[in-house]
Design a protein around this ligand. Structure first.
Ligand SMILES: [Fe+2]
Length: 266
C-alpha cells in the first residue's frame, strides 16, 4: 500500500497571518495539497508565545477560533475524508512560555511546533527546549535549516535533540526555496540523521509554489527515497496518532552525477 503524506506545518487559516488571505484561497490551497498526495493536515498560523501573557490573548484567540471554524466547516463540507486539525507555529519570543492552552499545540496533543524569533538560533536554545519538555510538551523545532547561529558541525541541533526536541525540515529547502545555505544544511542534517519530519510550511496562496514534489524529487535524486517515506509519511502519521517519531538513519547521499553514470553503466 502506498502511504500518503501528512503535513503538520502550513498556513491555511484565512486572514490570520501571512498565509491564506480568504476562505477561497484556503480551499484552493487544500485542493493543491490533496492533489499532491496529502491526506492529513494540521494548519499552523504564526503565533508569538508572549501573546499568552497579554490581556488581549483571549480576544485574539476568539478571533482565530472564528476563522478556524470557517475553514473547518468548509473543509468538512468539500473534503469530508480529509483529516484536518488545528495548531499554531509558536514563536519562542519569551524564555518560559505558557503553552498550557491546547489550542497552542498540534491538534491538541502534547506536540508543539516552535520557531526561534528573527530566524536566529539562541545560544540557550537547548535549555529553553528542555524547559518545555519539563512542562510536559514535546517540542518540534520548525525548519532548523533556516536559522542563523547553526554551525556546520550541527552541535546546536544535537543539543536540542538531547533536550528532547524533534526537528522538522521544509520540503522547499530541499529544492532551494530558502537559498543554498538552507539546502546545504538540510542535506547535512539528513546525512547526520538529525531530522525527524518533513512538512511544507506552505503559505496557502495561489501565487506560491507548493514544494512537496520538487523537494521529494531532489531528495529521491540523491538516494533519499526511503527517507522521504519515513520523514514525510511514517513519522508525521505517528504524530497524528500521538506517537513519537521513529529513529531516522543517516542518509548516504548519492551525487546526482554518480547516479547518472550508474544509469549509463547498467
Ligand atoms: Fe511556518
Amino acid at each position: 500500500m502506498t502511504r500518503s503524506f501528512c503535513d503538520f506545518h502550513c498556513h491555511l487559516v484565512p486572514g490570520v497571518d501571512d498565509g491564506s488571505r480568504t476562505l477561497e484561497e484556503s480551499l484552493h490551497s487544500i485542493d493543491r495539497m490533496l492533489s499532491a498526495g496529502v491526506t492529513r493536515v494540521i494548519t499552523t498560523p504564526h503565533f508569538p508565545a508572549s501573546r499568552v501573557e497579554h490581556h488581549g490573548f483571549r480576544t485574539y484567540m476568539a478571533f482565530v477560533d472564528g476563522r478556524w471554524n470557517s475553514i473547518r466547516e468548509a473543509v468538512g463540507r468539500d473534503y469530508p475524508d480529509l483529516d484536518f486539525r488545528r495548531g499554531l507555529e509558536v514563536r519562542l519570543d519569551t524564555p518560559s512560555p505558557d503553552l498550557s492552552d491546547p489550542r497552542l499545540r498540534l491538534g491538541g496533543s502534547d506536540f508543539v511546533l516552535v520557531e526561534w524569533p528573527g530566524f536566529m538560533a539562541p545560544p540557550d536554545g537547548a535549555e529553553r527546549l528542555a524547559r518545555l519538555v519539563d512542562a510536559g510538551h514535546r517540542p518540534i523545532v520548525a525548519h532548523p535549516e533556516r536559522y542563523g547561529g547553526i554551525d556546520e558541525d550541527l552541535e546546536a541541533l544535537r543539543a536540542w535533540k538531547e533536550a528532547g526536541a524533534f526537528l522538522q525540515g521544509n520540503y522547499g529547502s530541499l529544492a532551494g526555496q530558502n537559498g543554498t545555505r538552507a539546502r546545504r544544511l538540510i542535506f547535512r542534517m539528513l546525512e547526520a540523521g538529525l531530522l525527524d519530519y518533513f512538512s511544507s510550511d506552505f503559505h496557502g496562496r495561489p501565487e506560491y509554489v507548493f514544494y512537496l514534489h520538487r523537494g521529494a524529487r531532489e531528495l529521491t535524486r540523491r538516494g533519499g527515497g526511503g527517507h522521504l517515506d519515513l520523514l514525510g509519511k511514517v513519522n508525521p502519521a505517528r504524530l497524528f496518532e500521538g506517537k513519537p517519531p521513529l529513529k531516522v538513519p543517516p542518509l548516504v547521499v548519492e551525487a546526482p552525477v554518480m547516479r547518472m553514470l550508474q544509469g549509463f553503466l547498467e
